[in-house]
Write a protein that binds this ligand. Structure first.
Ligand SMILES: Nc1ncnc2c1ncn2[C@@H]1O[C@H](COP(=O)(O)OP(=O)(O)OP(=O)(O)O)[C@@H](O)[C@H]1O
Length: 230
């Protein structure tokens, strides 16, 4: 299977402390990898490092054939990100956020509007297009943020705890959307403490402990290990 994301021997240090140690894994096109581990294990730091927001002290990260350290502008158009906490801009309406994403990922206006229509219907926020973030509930802001990340057809989706604040219907819609993306060949790296929600859609897992890869493999093996331990 074609490799989309390569994380090879990556280390991160903050204030002389090694936060990530020799992290290596890959995510293939059309596969979902669950990045799991206890609080403070390093999941968000891995995400930030892949995005180029957190400086690494060693190692190599590539999406398709683009190296994070060589051509960052081209590299960052290859992924989109759903953060744990919505990061919306208070001066832009919901629709203006979608337009901003459309511009930065160079989506043609007609295609953008078709995607927006489909996703606002799916997540049931059709009537919020002209609202500013402060007028939205936390769950609605999370939906807007998720839609922004789902607008571009990027090869890699990075998703950090996406279910916080979402109602059960929206969680199902998001899971269905991810299954559809996976079928189309998108590679997805997802973190969640709600393993029951992601294990059915995931193919592989990477378990972090204290900043290193403690275990990794097929998701079925994780379920088997959990059964044996319980
Ligand atoms: N800006 C920072 N400065 C110093 N240490 C940090 C910083 N950000 C994170 N850390 C440390 O790095 C380690 C990994 O944190 P990270 O947020 O990546 O964990 P996580 O697995 O995402 O946790 P959670 O499940 O609680 O979200 C923790 O020990 C944390 O204290």
């Amino acid at each position: 299977m074609e490799r989309c994301l390569l994380v090879s021997d990556v280390g991160v240090s903050m204030r002389d402390e090694r936060i990530l140690k020799d992290i290596s894994f890959q995510v293939n096109a059309g596969q979902i990898t669950a990045l799991i581990g206890h609080n403070g294990a390093g999941k968000s730091t891995v995400m930030k490092t892949i995005m180029g927001w957190q400086k690494k002290s060693k190692g190599k990260i590539m999406i398709q054939d683009k190296d994070l350290d060589e051509d960052y502008l081209a590299y960052k158009r290859l992924y989109s990100y759903i953060p744990e906490e919505p990061m919306l801009l208070s001066e832009l309406t919901v629709y203006q956020h979608f337009q901003l994403y459309g511009k930065s990922y160079r989506i043609d206006e007609n295609a953008l509007n078709q995607k927006v229509d489909r996703l606002v219907y799916r997540f049931d926020i059709e009537d919020k297009m002209n609202e500013y973030p402060e007028a939205l509930s936390k769950g609605m802001r999370q939906k807007v943020q998720s839609i922004c990340a789902l607008l571009p057809d990027v090869p890699l989706l990075l998703i950090d705890e996406p279910f916080m604040g979402l109602d059960v219907y929206s969680v199902d819609e998001l899971l269905d959307e991810l299954k559809e993306r996976k079928k189309k060949g998108t590679a997805i790296l997802i973190t969640s403490h709600q393993l029951d929600k992601i294990k059915d859609i995931s193919d592989e897992y990477v378990m972090l402990r204290d900043g290193h890869v403690y275990e990794s493999g097929k998701i079925d093996r994780l379920a088997e290990l959990k059964r044996r331990k319980s």
